[in-house]
Design a protein around this ligand. Structure first.
Ligand code: IPM
Ligand code: MG
Length: 356
């Protein structure tokens, strides 16, 4: 039987609760589809940092590097300085494991979840491919005359040709593989940020190798507008780290909210990290009100990545069926007790006829 070693970092706030449900689903998916998952839990997050001042020690990091995938719950807690644990855990893995693709599908599972008027599931089915290792995110912040009246701070948006090319190539491949409209949209802000001309040129160069994929372009501000006005125009879109961060929160709302949006931080062929897009929501922690669907969809993405596509599809179908039939009441906070959701999805999976 195929076996997978998975690192589990439940993290802060609602992270442990949603991760528990996601793991229930992953375990049952393995039983039904014939694979075994060995989960190793790592305690990293704010509690661990407060207790030990340790963020992600090197030996643990090397252990994770040797695994097949990572499932992350959520990181962030006001008891730690802003961004410290996020950098020490999430950014450490994104950069340290060179997870250059941040894959963020935006898919509406049930019309009632969409805040936009008259949009149906067939109107909202797109993927944002966010570059995940460069941009201002990984540039050094600088403060001159800190605290003084002439203070200047900066953090450059830095792009390399190699980093830009590999993410654009991944997006072209995805547009081809998805085979929906075979359309790839480049989102940038070259009208105001000429440094992004690198993206324009590399996009045009790579496009020549993908004559079967239609190319489009939009500035990030307009892309946000189109996402709300005409989400049906999108198929696959590729963009920079920072713009991708922003537009995927918008995308998450269009597909039903932070309770449902999942993502993969991927380096094809290497250990990759799957997580809900939402944060740790400390005020809801331990109340059994958080929606674990996003974490469950992260597990679906993980299955797809690991080559267990039937399991990935079955998890997604289970979630859709449960939402459409309203056995799953919703994906908002408090819509459904957290600890029942994993069982509901698992029960649906068990109805899938055993593979021969
Ligand atoms: C995300 C989050 C992170 C990001 C934070 C927690 C650093 O917002 O995954 O979208 O900005 O990338
Ligand atoms: Mg974000």
């Amino acid at each position: 039987m195929t076996e997978y070693d998975i690192a589990v970092i439940a993290g802060d706030g609602i992270g442990p609760e949603v991760t528990r449900e996601a793991l229930k689903v992953l375990g049952v998916a393995g039983d039904v589809f014939g694979f075994h998952v060995r989960g190793t839990e790592f305690p990293f997050g704010t509690d661990h940092w407060l207790a030990t001042k340790e963020l992600f020690p090197d030996p643990a990091f090397e252990e994770v590097r040797g695994m097949h995938a990572v499932l992350l719950g959520a990181i962030g807690d006001p008891r730690a300085p802003v961004g410290l644990v996020e950098h020490g855990v999430i950014m450490r893995m994104r950069v340290g494991l060179d997870l250059y693709v941040n894959l963020r599908p935006v898919k509406l599972y049930d019309a009632r979840l969409c805040p936009l008027k008259d949009k149906r599931p067939e109107d909202v089915d797109l993927v944002i491919v966010r570059e995940n290792t460069e941009d201002a995110y990984t540039a050094k912040p600088e403060f001159l005359n800190k605290g003084g009246p002439d203070e200047v701070s900066s953090q450059p948006m830095r792009y390399t040709r190699k980093g830009t090319e590999r993410i654009i190539r991944y997006a072209f491949e995805l547009a081809r593989k998805r085979n929906k409209h075979r359309k790839l949209l480049l989102i940038d802000k070259t009208n105001a940020l000429p440094a992004q001309d690198l993206w324009t040129r590399v996009f045009a160069e790579v496009a020549r190798e993908y004559a079967d994929v239609k190319t489009e372009h939009a500035y990030i501000d307009a892309a946000c507008m189109w996402m709300v006005k005409n989400p049906e125009w999108f198929d696959v879109a590729v963009t920079t780290n920072l713009f991708g961060d922003i537009i995927t929160d918008l995308g998450a709302m269009v597909q039903g909210g932070m309770g449902i949006a999942a993502s993969g931080n991927i380096h094809p062929g290497r250990v990759s990290l799957f997580e809900p897009i939402h944060g740790s929501a400390p005020k809801y922690a331990g109340k059994n009100v958080a929606c674990p669907v996003a974490a469950i969809m992260a597990v679906s993405m993980m299955c797809e990545y690991l080559g267990q596509r039937p399991a990935a599809v079955a998890i997604e179908k289970a979630v859709i069926d449960l939402l459409v039939s309203r056995r799953l009441k919703g994906v908002g906070t408090g819509d459904h007790p957290t600890n029942e959701v994993g069982d509901l999805v698992a029960a649906e999976l068990k109805k899938v006829p055993a593979r021969v």
